[in-house]
Design a protein. Structure first.
Length: 326
């Protein structure tokens, strides 16, 4: 396996669980406690004064509250474009409140608002609960655009890893329910297909980041007994979708040594076959989420520059041009 030397060094420096991986998903509540303890021990996060941070509470139909954490560059006049962002974590880990540095830097890079959605996690909330949160967040941003000082015609969806599943399923819901189409969809090494039947899903077993073992356990948490079965809805596993027409222009980033590689490439290919413009990038010598685990590496910097360029071009495209392109 030819992993980039900078990524090999980053991987060697990471603490491992007893199973040899970064995390042990056999006990998700215990793993969350370990992660929370680790977050509590880190130095206090310093807020970038160039970015205002605000938590927007949105009521769900059942009376509970969905948090959307807004990151807004303070020196830009509105209305600004916005990116609804769904964090990584295999749909079982993480919150929108864990990190302020990454979304703040992203907001500055795209010259717009980054809205990090605190979607519900499995197994407590099985799919499609997270996607329903994504749909609620998107429609709330669009419906309250004036007071939020964002442009309702320039709202995109983006997700990484498990958050990519939520972003893609949200895009399908938006299309099917007749809401205004997002201006983009961005899927970074996305968790899309519960069937785990591709070559890469069998090949990636011992990298130690997010291997086949972790992916099977995560999908079992997300879908329960439905995982891998015949009747899984695309809102629960977007790789199951047979109709991808009508989705927004999409960016797909995949890594060569990632369990998700082949389902990412397949999803991008089927989007193109359905007439959706797609920017597909497969990064040789990279493993899953390499930009998070080795952010200073050459591969991470190359990816970040390419991804940010895509986001800026789509988010800042004129309204007239978007109408011409449909």
């Amino acid at each position: 396996m030819t992993i980039d030397p900078e990524l090999v060094a980053a991987l060697a420096a990471m603490p491992k669980a007893a199973n040899g991986s970064l995390m042990d998903l056999t006990d998700i509540p215990a793993l969350r406690e370990v992660m929370r303890a680790g977050l509590a021990l880190r130095p206090e996060q310093v807020r970038d004064p160039r970015v205002a941070v605000e938590t927007l509470p949105v009521a769900r139909p059942d009376g509970t509250t969905l948090d959307i954490v807004l990151f807004r560059p303070v020196d830009l006049e509105g209305p600004l474009p916005a990116l609804a962002y769904f964090h990584a974590g295999g749909q079982v880990l993480g919150t929108a409140h864990d990190d302020i540095a990454y979304p703040a830097a992203l907001a500055l890079a795209i010259r717009g608002v980054v809205a990090v959605v605190d979607y519900r996690l499995a197994p407590e909330t099985p799919a499609p609960g997270a996607a329903e949160d994504g749909y609620l967040a998107y429609t709330h941003l669009a419906g309250h655009a004036s007071e939020l000082r964002i442009d309702p015609g320039r709202i995109g969806l983006a997700g990484a890893s498990g958050g990519g599943a939520v972003a893609a399923a949200t895009a399908l819901m938006i299309r099917d329910r007749g809401a205004a189409r997002p201006c983009l969809l961005s899927l970074n090494y996305a968790m899309l297909d519960d069937r785990n039947a591709t070559p890469s899903s069998h090949q990636i077993t011992d990298v130690g980041i997010w291997d086949r073992r972790e992916n099977l356990l995560a999908w079992q948490a997300v879908l329960g007994d439905r995982a891998g079965g015949p009747d899984v809805h695309p809102y629960c596993a977007p790789g199951r979708a047979t109709d991808l027409g009508g989705l927004p222009e999409t960016f797909v980033a995949a890594a060569q040594h990632d369990v998700f590689r082949d389902e990412n490439v397949d999803f991008a290919s089927r989007l193109m076959a359905a007439g959706v413009p797609v920017d597909l990038r497969v990064y040789a010598h990279a493993f899953h989420a390499w930009d998070f685990f080795a952010p200073e590496s050459r591969l991470a910097r190359e990816f970040e520059a390419t991804w940010h360029d895509f986001l800026v071009r789509r988010l800042h495209r004129s309204t007239a041009r978007r109408r011409e392109e449909g």
